[in-house]
Design a protein around this ligand. Structure first.
Ligand code: F0G
Length: 464
């Protein structure tokens, strides 16, 4: 038995509606494709009653703080602890379950905020932090959105959930579906996701289809599938995912005692996460939880730079799709679904959008690893992007910066091992640029089991 959750008085979970981001149409229900029935644009969740409820920022902050002392599963979750700003979980009709029993949780969130002293020295930005979402239960930020969306999937009575993925969404979805007693169907591009992520989906019991296409092809197929079969889609098109991922920013601001950093930098793939963080920042300002907005910047790989090109070539008016190619397979996406939402939050917060090369990604990843933290390649675009933003004087040395590290180092061991063995860029156009990263490499040394030999290695290492 768990003690009851410690909701503070005058704080209630929020009634919500769906709003189309294109035409603004409001609705109480969403179709299977989570698109506006009038104009076809994406939906977002909105809370019309916030204004009349006159939520008090101080009450919210103290409720969230008090819940840290609770042992209830909803309070131990770093997502549901902030449930006042999430869609309300009214008991399902006829259900005797209370909130805490309805929630499918793996104790997601509660991720650390680390200082990065070495990277601070490298970039010349002393106040540099990493919000490490890779410490989530399945190793990526996806868990924060998945706990909410999977919970609503089960509440709506779905037996099957499905997603298209570059690996992390599928790992997360499979885990939450399993915990929630649902079946899961995964569509991933064949040969283009890391083994480590694939193995998670398999172990958590998903039906996994490796499709001979790219991520964008998988997502297209999923859109058709949800119109034909009673499966609930758990991609970030699903606005419940975005609501859960918002809590990354709430938790971050709480960790900073509600003093906003000057910059938050996030990788951009399908652009759900940047949309979620931006939505949270705007809502926090609206509710008086913070007085000013951090600038939210999005970084992409050069080979998967749809948002960069969309902003540069059309001023954010029309999506420029690309044929995506990058070793940072998590963000190997050419046709990002949430591009409009991302354009909106970049404009609203005054953030920048940049692209970084494969060599810059590999270098930044090794530098984050050398801090004793590590991350997967897609997350390292944040540090590589920061270096560019500092050069452009968009980020100033006296400003504070938070990098969102989206995935765990162990998510893509092939990349890391290839890098340290010096094989990452062999035979590619980046071979000579990649060779300049040799000082960062720590290749394993295969040798006889002889004490003298190990002593010699130690002496050599001491000199280097
Ligand atoms: N970083 C990692 C580690 C990711 O797995 C992803 C996306 C992103 C960044 C980009 O986030 O799509 O919200 O802009 N991975 C998705 C997946 C697409 O299927 O796992 P985004």
């Amino acid at each position: 038995m768990h003690p009851p959750s410690t909701s503070a008085p005058r704080v209630h979970q929020a009634d919500f509606r769906f709003r189309c981001i294109g035409c603004g149409e409001l609705s109480d229900a969403a179709g299977q494709d989570f698109r506006c029935s009038r104009c076809g644009d994406l939906l977002e969740i909105t809370y019309p009653k916030w204004k009349e409820a006159k939520l008090s920022a101080e009450n919210l902050k103290s409720a969230w703080f008090q819940r840290r002392l609770s042992l209830s599963p909803v309070d131990l979750s770093g997502v549901w602890r902030f449930r006042d700003l999430l869609p309300a979980l009214e008991p399902a009709p006829g259900s005797m379950r209370d909130d805490s029993q309805q929630v499918i949780t793996l104790r997601e969130g509660n991720t650390p905020l680390y200082e990065l002293p070495q990277c601070a020295a490298i970039t010349g930005v002393p106040r540099l932090f990493a919000k490490h979402q890779g410490t989530n239960p399945t190793g990526s930020f996806k868990d924060c959105g998945m706990t909410v969306a999977a919970t609503f999937a089960r509440r709506a009575g779905f037996r099957w959930v499905a997603c298209a993925s570059t690996g992390n969404t599928s790992a997360s979805m499979a885990a939450y579906a399993a915990r929630g007693g649902m079946r899961s169907l995964v569509l991933v591009p064949e040969g283009k996701i890391s083994w480590s992520k694939l193995s998670q989906a398999l172990d958590y019991g998903a039906v996994t289809c490796q499709l001979r296409t790219d991520f964008d092809g998988c997502l297209r197929l999923l859109q058709e599938l949800v119109r034909r079969a009673p499966v609930y889609q758990l991609n970030s098109i699903n606005p419940f995912r975005i609501e859960g991922q918002k809590t990354l920013a709430l938790e971050l601001l709480e960790q900073l005692d509600w003093q906003p950093p000057d910059h938050i930098i996030v990788p951009g793939g399908n652009l759900g996460n940047s949309s979620a963080i931006g939505k949270a920042l705007l809502e926090m300002r609206e509710l008086g939880l913070i007085a000013r907005l951090p600038k939210l910047s999005v970084i992409q790989a050069e080979g998967a730079n749809a948002l960069v090109r969309t902003l540069r070539e059309t001023g954010g008016k029309r999506l420029v799709s690309v044929q995506a190619e990058t070793r940072a397979t998590a963000i190997r996406i050419g046709n990002p679904a949430s591009w409009k939402k991302a354009v909106h939050v970049l404009e609203a917060t005054g953030g920048a959008c940049e692209q970084v090369s494969e060599v810059e990604i590999a270098q930044a990843k090794a530098e984050i690893g050398a801090e004793g933290i590590g991350c997967e390649p897609a997350s390292a675009v944040t540090l590589a992007g920061l270096k560019k933003l500092v050069k452009q004087n968009f980020v100033k040395p006296e400003e504070s910066v938070v990098l969102v590290l989206t995935g765990n180092l162990l998510k893509d061991p092939d990349f890391t091992i290839d890098f340290h063995r010096g094989e990452l860029f062999k035979g590619s156009a980046d071979e000579s640029a990649g060779a300049r990263l040799a000082p960062l490499r720590r290749a394993p040394i295969v040798m006889d089991a002889a004490l003298d030999a190990v002593m010699r290695v130690l002496e050599q290492a001491e000199k280097s």
